[in-house]
Design a protein around this ligand. Structure first.
Ligand code: DGJ
Length: 466
C-alpha cells in the first residue's frame, strides 16, 4: 500500500542508498560548476561592479546611461505623382541617410541645426552651461566655430590642460574632378586648449599647409586628415601623426610632425607607407607602459594594421600585426579599460555615416573580437549610423574608471567646414547582450555602450583638478 503513495520521481530509485549517492554526487558537481562560473565572472565582473558602483554614486552618470529616444518623421517625397506615373515606375523610398546626404532636404536642420541654436560657451550661463549639444555648432572662446575635425585630444600633464587637435577645414568645399570626393584644401591642423573640456581657446594652426611647393606632402591641394598628438616622456617632445594623401587618396601614407610644446608650432618631418603598406584612416594609441602604437586601415581599407612606434615615437618598427582582416573598417579609436583593449570603428562609406562596431582584445595585437554596435538610444536609424557621425577618438575620464567620451564627426559633405561634433558618453560596463562574432567561448568582457543624448554634461567631480 505504501508504494502506491510514492511520488513518481522516486520510482527510478530502486535502492534508496544508490539514489542518495547519485543525488549527492550531482549536487557536488553542480556546486563545483557554479563555483567555477562564479569565480570566473567575479574575476572580471568584480571590476565591472566597481564601475557601476562608482557611477551610481553620481546621479548624473545614471542619467547619462538612460536611453534617450528620438522621433524623426521622414517627409513625404517631393512633388505629387499621378496614379499612372506611380504605376509605371515604383517610387524610390527615401531613407534618412538620403535626407542626410541631400543638401536640399527639408530635414537639413535636424542634422545641421542653424545659427539660432549656436551654443556660445562664453555667453551660456547658469543651468545651461557645460552642456554638450551633439550636432550643433560649437564655438571657441572667440566666438568662432571650432575647426578640429577628425581630431583627438591630448591631456598635457605639465600644464594640466587638454589640447584638441583636428583638421582645420574652414575653406570652400569642392570636387577636384567629376569622380572626386568632396574636399577642402589643406589649411592645417587646428589646436584648441581647455581646462574643462568645454570652453575651448583657439591656439592657432599648429601645422600649416604648404602654399607653393607642389611636391610637398602638405601642399594645399593634397590631403591631411585625422591628426593625433601624443607626448613622449623620454624625449619631452609632442609628436603628431596624421593621414597624408593626394586628392585621389592614392598616396595612402602617414606623416609625422614634432613640437616642443603642445601648442606648436609642429615641425613636419615627412611621410611613409608604414611597413610598406597603404595607410588611410589612422590613429595612435599610447599604452600605460609608454609604448605607442600606430593603427591604420590598409590593403585598400580591407583590414587594420597595428604596430608599435620606435621609442622616440617618430617611426614605426618592423613589428606589425594584421587585424580585422576582410572586415573593411576605418576611423579606428582605441582605448583601454582594466587591461582590456577596446576599439570603435566605422564602415567605409566616404563621408556618409554608417554603423559603428565595438571590438575588444586581451592583447593590442589581437585577436580582436567584434562586440556589435555600441550605440544606445536615439532611434534605430540613429543607432545604425552612429548618430549620423563617425568615430575619431575616445577620451578616458580618469576619475570614473570605465567612463569615456566618444568623439565623432558628423561630416557635412556639402560644406565640410560646417561638419559638426558628436560627443557622447561611452561606458564600459555590464554583460554583453549578444554572442561574439568569431568565438564560441563565454566572454567575460564588458559591454561598450555609447548613449545618445540631445544634450548632456559631464558629471560633477569628473575633473582631474579637484
Ligand atoms: C572616410 C574617412 O573616415 C574620412 O577621414 C575621410 O577620409 C573620408 N572618408 C573621405 O571620403
Amino acid at each position: 500500500m505504501r508504494n502506491l503513495y510514492r511520488k513518481p520521481t522516486n520510482l527510478h530509485c530502486n535502492a534508496g542508498s544508490r539514489c542518495s549517492i547519485s543525488a549527492v554526487l550531482w549536487s557536488v558537481l553542480g556546486c563545483l560548476f557554479l563555483l567555477h562560473l562564479y569565480s570566473n565572472i567575479d574575476h572580471k565582473d568584480g571590476k565591472v561592479e566597481e564601475v557601476q558602483l562608482r557611477s551610481s554614486l553620481h546621479p548624473q552618470f545614471r542619467e547619462l546611461q538612460q536611453a534617450e529616444l528620438l522621433n524623426i518623421q521622414i517627409p513625404s517625397p517631393k512633388g505629387k505623382r499621378s496614379p499612372r506615373a506611380a504605376k509605371r515606375r515604383p517610387k524610390r523610398t527615401t531613407t534618412l541617410v538620403d535626407e542626410f546626404m541631400d543638401e536640399n532636404s527639408p530635414l537639413r536642420h535636424v542634422f545641421f541645426p542653424g545659427n539660432k541654436s549656436v551654443v556660445d560657451p562664453m555667453k551660456a550661463a547658469g543651468n545651461d552651461s557645460y552642456y554638450y549639444y551633439p550636432g550643433r555648432v560649437w564655438l571657441d572662446t572667440d566666438g568662432n566655430p571650432i575647426q578640429a575635425h577628425g581630431g583627438g585630444i591630448l591631456y598635457d600633464e605639465k600644464s594640466r590642460t587638454y589640447y584638441w587637435y583636428g583638421e582645420y577645414k574652414d575653406g570652400p568645399t569642392y570636387h577636384a574632378h567629376k569622380k572626386g570626393t568632396a574636399r577642402v584644401d589643406i589649411i592645417g591642423v587646428g589646436c584648441y586648449s581647455s581646462k574643462d573640456l568645454w570652453t575651448w581657446k583657439h591656439e592657432g594652426i599648429v601645422l600649416g599647409a604648404e602654399e607653393k611647393n607642389e611636391t610637398h606632402d602638405l601642399y594645399k591641394s593634397d590631403v591631411l586628415e585625422r591628426p593625433k598628438v601624443i607626448y613622449n616622456d623620454n624625449t619631452g617632445k609632442y609628436v603628431m601623426w596624421m593621414h597624408i594623401d593626394d586628392a585621389n587618396y592614392t598616396k595612402a601614407a602617414v606623416g609625422v610632425a614634432i613640437s616642443d610644446t603642445p601648442y606648436g608650432p609642429f615641425n613636419y618631418l615627412g611621410s611613409q607607407r608604414p611597413h610598406g603598406y597603404d595607410s588611410r584612416d589612422m590613429t595612435v594609441f599610447k599604452d600605460d607602459d609608454g609604448v605607442a602604437y600606430l593603427i591604420y586601415s590598409s590593403e585598400n581599407n580591407s583590414e587594420l594594421h597595428i604596430g608599435p612606434l620606435t621609442e622616440d615615437y617618430l617611426n614605426v618598427t618592423s613589428v606589425m600585426r594584421r587585424v580585422l582582416i576582410g572586415q573593411r573598417r576605418e576611423a579606428p579609436a582605441l582605448f583601454k579599460h582594466q587591461g582590456t583593449y577596446y576599439m570603435i570603428t566605422s564602415g567605409c562609406t566616404g563621408w556618409a555615416p554608417n554603423e559603428a562596431l565595438a571590438h575588444a582584445a586581451e592583447s593590442i595585437f589581437g585577436p580582436w573580437e567584434a562586440m556589435g554596435n555600441p550605440c544606445v538610444g536615439g532611434n534605430k536609424l540613429f543607432r545604425l549610423t552612429t548618430f549620423f557621425a563617425q568615430s575619431t577618438f575616445v577620451l578616458p575620464l580618469p576619475r570614473f574608471p570605465g567612463s569615456f567620451i566618444l568623439m565623432a564627426d558628423r561630416w557635412n559633405p556639402a560644406d565640410l567646414r560646417d561638419s559638426r561634433y558628436v560627443w557622447l558618453p561611452l561606458i564600459v560596463a555590464g554583460p554583453l547582450d549578444q554572442p561574439l562574432q568569431h568565438s564560441f567561448e563565454f566572454s567575460l568582457w564588458s559591454k561598450v555602450s555609447i548613449y545618445w543624448h540631445r544634450k548632456w554634461r559631464l558629471p560633477q567631480g569628473w575633473s582631474r583638478f579637484k
